[in-house]
Design a protein around this ligand. Structure first.
Ligand code: BDR
Ligand code: CA
Length: 308
């Protein structure tokens, strides 16, 4: 089975992606490295531990960055709840964090599974940037790297042109995009293009499994926010990224292009700039997922929620 390491900031859509990973028959989750992002690190780590416990699994959870590399954090508690999991007041997990820092865990696991590791980033890229600073040879050992982030034609979700994960820590994203010769990018605009109906999702959530019941509770506030702000369709960015990571054969259209991160713009800091016409560079570092088979995406989410 493919060893899968997930860097994440749970986060309601992170949680759905993690359920998909836990249910993937051909993959084995070797760790969750957690960063601040949607909310602060104390909450994102507690949420990761809780989800692992709800699923009855023994996946190690590593705490990492508690802030972006350079600038103060601007979180997304207004989407995910102040605790990142819908403010349900759940009983904290009894299981504990590992003692190792997330950046060190990324490096150790990259050695343990050298050449085979599937690394999936569902949050700001701070932990991976820290790992790269400690050991710039990291990309040589990662078999495949999938990033949820960016807005490839600059239709942003936190600023007019920038997407949350990149805007949260643009310097980290810059370091990571410059260091990995090749990665798969699943962006916010693909997420919007793959919105799915709340009505359909509510049927999955009502299936009665412990995972679905827990997820129904922690996602309730976000789903209400989403209906109010974004209309009838639910946009689950990290779930789409995980679908592309786990079952890339269902990607119906990729675009390979140079992608860089804007660090300086007054209006455009944190924007992922795609060189669509290869004006500045001929080096395609990113393979951008543009279209995914909707039925396969929906089935993966439904089955992950229903899993025992
Ligand atoms: C990304 O930002 C976060 O709020 C989500 O968890 C997702 O990773 C979408 O822009
Ligand atoms: Ca996330």
């Amino acid at each position: 089975r493919i060893p899968l390491l997930i860097d994440t900031d749970p986060g309601v859509d992170d949680a759905l992606a993690l359920l998909m990973a836990f249910n993937a028959p051909d993959h084995h989750v070797v760790g969750l490295t957690v960063t601040a992002g949607n909310v602060g690190l104390a909450h994102t780590t507690a949420n990761a531990l809780k989800l692992v416990e709800v699923c009855g699994l023994d996946v190690p959870v590593f705490a990492g960055a508690d802030a972006p590399l350079l600038h103060p954090a601007r979180d997304a508690g207004y989407v995910h709840g102040r605790d990142g999991f819908g403010d349900t007041g759940y009983v904290p997990a009894t299981r504990a964090l590992e003692g190792e820092h997330a950046a060190l865990a990324i490096l150790r696991l990259s050695h343990a599974y050298a050449g085979r590791l599937l690394l999936v980033a569902l949050g700001p890229l701070t932990n991976i940037a820290l790992a790269l600073k400690l050991d710039p040879t990291l990309p040589q050992r990662v078999g495949r790297f999938v990033v949820m982030g960016g807005a490839v034609t600059a239709h942003g979700n936190v600023t007019p042109a920038a997407e949350f994960n990149i805007a949260f820590d643009p310097e980290a994203a810059h370091l990571v995009f410059a260091a990995f010769p090749r990665f798969d990018l699943v962006d916010w605009e693909a997420t919007v293009a793959h919105g799915f109906s709340h009505d359909e999702a509510e049927q999955w959530l009502a299936c009665g499994s412990p995972r679905a019941t827990f997820y129904e509770e922690i996602s309730r506030q976000t789903r209400l926010w989403s209906v109010d702000r974004r209309g009838d369709l639910w946009h689950a960015a990290d779930a789409l990224a995980m679908a592309c990571a786990l079952q890339p054969d269902h990607v119906q259209e990729w675009a390979e292009r140079p992608v860089a991160v804007e660090l300086a713009g007054r209006l455009t800091r944190g924007v992922t700039v795609v060189d669509w016409l290869r004006q500045e560079s001929e080096v395609d570092n990113a393979r951008i997922a543009l279209r995914y088979e909707p039925a396969a995406f929906h089935a993966m989410m439904r089955d992950a929620l229903a899993a025992a």
